[in-house]
Design a protein around this ligand. Structure first.
Ligand code: UDP
Length: 194
């Protein structure tokens, strides 16, 4: 079921159900985008309607933040719980390790994605991290980054460029990237890198 809030359709799923849904998206092999929708994004999208396009076309939209959960209750269509970017990313790791899914980390300052990869590998020794790249590239470098990601053939692409840049970046390139599941994760790589 999807819940409508200010023009955005949000999937009404628990974290566990969301993880199962992501597994289905990985298996179906299309180029899917997940958006963890927070109140700031939804607010900005009211002022910049073009930000709503990636949300309306996303394959999965999760309620990222207590404000969204609260608003869904006020609207009489409560979502079960908050599903934030970092929580979802971390909840996907055991399944990624078990299933051998390739993971690509894009974004944050130089060195951060590598440090995050190292910490993830400490916790999930068999995790298949197929590539990392920092997020301070120029527009002319984007073609190279797209090629790099394509060549690495990840199943999951985590993009940490800040909101809404990461959502727009994924939306722009997802069909060319051919990655089954891509999602923006904001400051998560900084958190995981420690
Ligand atoms: N970032 C980046 N490239 C940019 C702008 C930001 O890689 O051009 C990174 C930044 O280093 C940080 C993340 O994107 O790791 C954004 O984190 P923030 O907590 O600001 O994201 P939000 O939660 O606001 O989406």
């Amino acid at each position: 079921m999807r819940v409508n809030l200010l023009g955005a359709a949000i999937d009404s799923l628990t974290m566990q159900e969301t993880v199962q849904r992501v597994a289905q998206l990985v298996k179906c092999g299309k180029s899917c985008q997940i958006i963890t929708l927070n109140p700031e994004y939804l607010y900005r999208a009211q002022l910049q309607p073009e930000l709503m396009e990636p949300v309306n076309r996303a394959d999965l939209v999760t309620p990222d933040g207590a404000g969204i959960v609260w608003a869904s209750r006020m609207a009489g269509t409560p979502v079960p719980e908050r599903v934030t970017g970092i929580d979802l990313m971390l909840h996907l790791m055991p399944m990624a390790e078990k299933e051998g899914w390739g993971i690509f980390l894009l974004g944050a300052a130089p060195g951060v994605a590598e440090a995050a990869a190292e910490n993830l590998r400490k916790q999930y020794p068999s995790l298949n991290i197929v590539g990392t790249c920092h997020g301070y590239f120029k527009e002319v470098e984007e073609e190279d980054i797209v090629s790099q990601i394509k060549a690495a053939q990840p199943h999951l692409l985590f993009v940490a460029l800040g909101m809404p840049k990461q959502e727009q970046w994924i939306y722009k390139y997802k069909d060319r990237l051919g990655v089954p599941v891509s999602m923006g994760v904001g400051g998560s790589l900084d958190v995981i890198a420690g």
